[in-house]
Design a protein. Structure first.
Length: 146
């Protein structure tokens, strides 16, 4: 009888150890997968940011609201943005931006530009090696890398 109890005790203990070992292996695997996903996300955002850091000239304006020809021509003639690695932006769209900031989110698909007073301008962004497309509720702007 005592030997049966001892055998049962050792069986239960061994089963628990085996179960805990499997859980630990799975939790380590889960942690590894999460860590890899975070690294991939960070690298992806930095690649888009690296492509954005440069000077860009407006080459096309597609207004979504009524805009005068003179306003459209002013944007085409003077429109330019320069993005720096430290998160700053300067340039001209409808007016001069002398000390703005920017942030890329959603894997580079959303760009928020804030002017000197902190007014945010939210854009859906498409960034390639030589083109930048900013789509807002007012207009779609296409830029070429300078």
């Amino acid at each position: 009888m005592i030997s049966n109890i001892l055998m049962l005790f050792f069986f239960v203990t061994f089963s628990c150890l085996t179960f805990n070992h499997k859980i630990m292996k799975n939790s380590k695997l889960f942690t590894l997968v999460i860590a890899i996903a975070i690294v991939v996300l960070i690298v992806s955002c930095h690649r888009k940011r690296d492509k954005l850091v440069n000077s860009w000239k407006v080459t096309a304006v597609e207004p979504k609201e009524a805009v005068s020809d003179s306003t459209k021509n002013a944007i085409l003639t003077n429109g330019m943005l320069t993005f720096t690695e430290d998160g700053h932006v300067t340039g001209y769209l409808l007016r001069e931006i002398t000390d703005g900031t920017y942030a890329l989110t959603q894997k580079g698909k959303k760009l928020v530009i804030k002017d000197e007073v902190g007014t945010p301008y939210v854009c859906e962004s498409t960034i390639t090696d030589d083109k930048l497309i900013l789509d807002t509720k007012e207009a779609k702007l296409t830029f070429d890398k300078i």
